[in-house]
Design a protein around this ligand. Structure first.
Ligand code: FAD
Length: 307
């Protein structure tokens, strides 16, 4: 059995594995896709001390750093169930291939995925104008026209954030009214370079083959189609944690995020969690790495207190 088994091989899982292995304890990482969301990212400019890097390059560096240590990396393996230890036994993680792994402590870092619009052009123009993270990609659209899809808290926050950087923001909400907190809505309405469109369904992302040039939405009241010319589209219709497989085994928030305390401990002793899958706010690479390191130190601390 492992002393520490990390489930998920994104920035949080990689950091957790390195911190655990550096304690000289038996460490494993099981990941559906080592590298995680970083593999889907183009330019990264907010990983502090590295002015610019690219997702696939950072993912390769994560893997080679982990492999500097005696870590058992099990890539392309999906966890399907978690069975917490009962009285003196080990925690168990079952895999899709039928195998099961046992460990004294677990670090859950299965990350999250952005909900997509599912319209023509969205896939084709991802990272070519279609973006999901204003903290990451906002500055790329300095002085340009953008849209934010989604009028919940994250969409309205994104629109306020972008309005300070870009030329113009069109906020598109499916419902007949915004769903964000009143204070955010008031702030948004006070901004001169924001247009709010409600009762609107985005139906297509337009592009010239290389980058986004606009979007089409349908007015749900009149059924008319409208085209907005722009350079960037931020999709803010939800970040879904990859925690379906854990449901029932440990406490999750109403949004499905793993509840963790300041040490990364979950509701089950010996099980820790880190990164985008957890309740920790602001889903970023540098934050996921910090949280992963913290969870590994907490797991080690837990282990040395056991008999
Ligand atoms: P993830 O990166 O999501 O990794 C999760 C890991 O768990 C993966 O290995 C996955 O395969 C695995 N996994 C999931 N389910 C299972 C399962 N059931 N069994 C086994 N393994 C599983 N952040 C920045 O700081 N700067 C940026 O510029 C930036 N740009 C971004 C651009 C895009 C397009 C996207 C999508 C995200 C961007 N982010 C950026 C956010 C950043 O990528 C995430 O915050 C970060 O990757 C979270 O790390 P994580 O380890 O928690 O999760």
């Amino acid at each position: 059995p492992f002393d520490v088994l990390v489930v998920g091989g994104g920035p949080a899982g990689a950091a957790a594995a390195i911190y655990a292995a550096r304690k000289g304890i038996r460490t494993g990482v099981v990941a559906e896709r080592f590298g995680g969301q970083v593999l889907d990212t183009m330019g990264i400019e907010n990983f502090i001390s590295v002015q610019h890097t690219e997702g696939p390059k950072l993912a390769a560096q994560l893997e080679s750093h982990v492999k500097e240590y005696e870590v058992d990396v099990m890539n392309l393996q999906k966890a399907t169930a978690l069975i917490p230890a009962s009285e003196g036994s080990l925690h168990e993680v079952q895999l899709e291939n039928g195998a099961s792994l046992k460990a004294k402590t677990l670090i859950l870092s299965t990350g999250a995925r952005w909900r997509q619009m599912g319209v023509p052009g969205e896939d084709e123009y991802r990272n070519k104008g279609v973006a999901y993270c204003p903290h990451c990609d906002g500055p790329l659209f300095k002085g340009k026209r953008t849209a934010v899809i989604g009028g919940g808290n994250s969409g309205v926050e994104a629109a306020i954030d972008l309005a300070g950087i870009v030329a113009h923001v069109t906020l598109i909400e499916f419902d007949s009214q915004l769903r964000a907190d009143a204070v955010l809505q008031a702030k948004l309405r006070s901004l001169p370079n924001v247009t709010i469109v409600t009762s609107a369904l985005t139906t297509e992302v337009l592009g010239d083959g290389a980058k986004v040039t606009g979007l089409v939405y349908k007015d749900r009241t009149s059924e008319e189609l409208h085209t907005v010319e722009l350079e960037g589209i931020f999709v803010q219709i939800g970040l879904v944690p990859n925690t379906e497989w854990i449901k029932g085994a440990i406490d999750l928030s109403a949004r499905g995020e793993i509840e963790v305390d300041a040490r990364g401990a979950t509701s089950v002793p010996g099980i820790f969690a880190a990164g985008d899958a957890t309740t920790v706010p602001y889903k970023q690479i540098i934050i996921a790495m910090g949280e992963g390191s913290k969870a590994a130190l907490s797991a080690f601390d837990y282990m040395i207190r056991q008999g």
